[in-house]
Design a binder for this molecule. Structure first.
Ligand code: 13P
Ligand code: SF4
Length: 325
């Protein structure tokens, strides 16, 4: 690292913040700069607590599109903040840490995807929102985990479909819709981590518990689930179900809202294969309170997208929003 980079590196910048009350400083900066903080459910608790809006990818995209704030601080991962900029380009979109990527998005490089698509020139291209602007620009429509079935059902029955980049969500949607789909073979490192054997053990110890799972999990795990849905859908289900105990197969950040919104109930994270914290998304967890403060104070790092790419990525995103009304 060059000396100039070292001076502005996140660890160097955060080491001088110990004396600050970060929560009130963030509140002050938000007011002063007319900023809004949008956070995904997988953010750590302290960030969820100070967010103006918490949601799943679809809800966050909708809120970002309509935001009138001068600054949108997106506490999530890169494709989410990029999506906000695509939908609302006149706002300044900031991220606490630009390195917060996504294994699904990384699994689908634009050039390789172009070659893949070329093999099926007549196919309709559906891309999960967990992908880069360059992949969105090559797609006919975008979907999220909460609207994927609805979106695929809108595609004329005689059209072939390419689904990218998540093979697990793709397989789930193919099963739900009865459509044959060519799947890009990407996966999420977090949702692939859950152990079917340990899940069965856990269910034996908690026979009354319901298993609720995100559709990014593998098919063998989804087959054991009582309910499958996006993060918001899982939260809503847990709040409304008559059951008292839930085994939750998704990133553990969602448990914070579940425990807050359904205080009398028990939420048990589904166990990962190894004895690790692999059910935490390492990308989401790069965001910290210190980095949120610095991003608001210095108005950096900022999401920038070349205008021609933004225009191309906007069309399939807008189509998704229209089709999922
Ligand atoms: P949601 O669509 O449920 O927000 O999921 C986003 C995500 O990244 C899941 O890993
Ligand atoms: Fe990507 Fe998985 Fe993290 Fe979601 S949990 S942001 S899909 S790596």
């Amino acid at each position: 690292m060059l000396p100039s980079e070292l001076a502005s590196s996140p660890s160097r910048r955060t080491s001088t913040l110990a004396h600050l009350d970060l929560v009130s400083e963030i509140g002050r900066l938000k007011k002063e700069k007319n900023a809004v903080i949008l956070a995904h459910y997988y953010q750590n608790e302290e960030i969820q607590e100070l967010a103006d809006f918490i949601g799943d990818s679809l809800e966050l995209a909708r809120v970002a599109q309509k935001s009138q704030a001068d600054l949108i601080l997106f506490a999530g991962v890169h494709f989410m903040a990029e999506g906000a900029k695509i939908l609302n380009p006149s706002r300044k979109v900031l991220m606490p840490d630009l390195r917060a990527g996504c294994s699904l998005s990384d699994s689908c490089p634009p050039l390789a995807f172009e070659r893949f698509r070329a093999k099926y020139p007549d196919h309709f291209v559906v891309s999960y929102i967990n992908c880069s602007a360059a992949i969105k620009a090559q797609s006919d429509v975008i979907c999220t985990s909460s609207n994927a079935v609805k979106i695929v059902n809108r595609i004329p029955k005689d059209r072939g479909i390419i689904f990218a980049p998540d093979r697990n969500l793709g397989a789930y949607v193919a099963e739900q819709t009865g459509r044959d789909m060519i799947l890009w073979q990407g996966t999420c490192i977090v949702h692939e981590t859950f152990s079917e054997r340990k899940l069965i053990d856990l269910k034996v110890r908690h026979p009354d518990a319901e298993i609720i799972a995100h559709p990014e999990c593998e098919a063998t795990l989804l087959a054991k689930a009582d309910f499958i849905g996006s993060t918001s859908a899982l939260l809503k289900y847990a709040m409304e179900s008559a059951k008292k105990t839930f085994i939750v197969a998704t990133e553990e950040g969602i448990l914070h809202q579940m425990r807050k919104k359904a205080p009398g109930k028990e939420f048990i994270p589904a166990p990962p294969n190894a004895n690790c914290a692999c059910n935490e998304c390492p990308f989401m967890k790069l965001n910290t309170l210190e980095k949120v403060y610095l991003a608001l104070r210095d108005e950096t790092p900022e999401i920038q997208i070349p205008e021609d790419l933004r225009q191309k990525a906007l069309l399939p995103l807008e189509r998704m929003l229209e089709w999922s009304l």
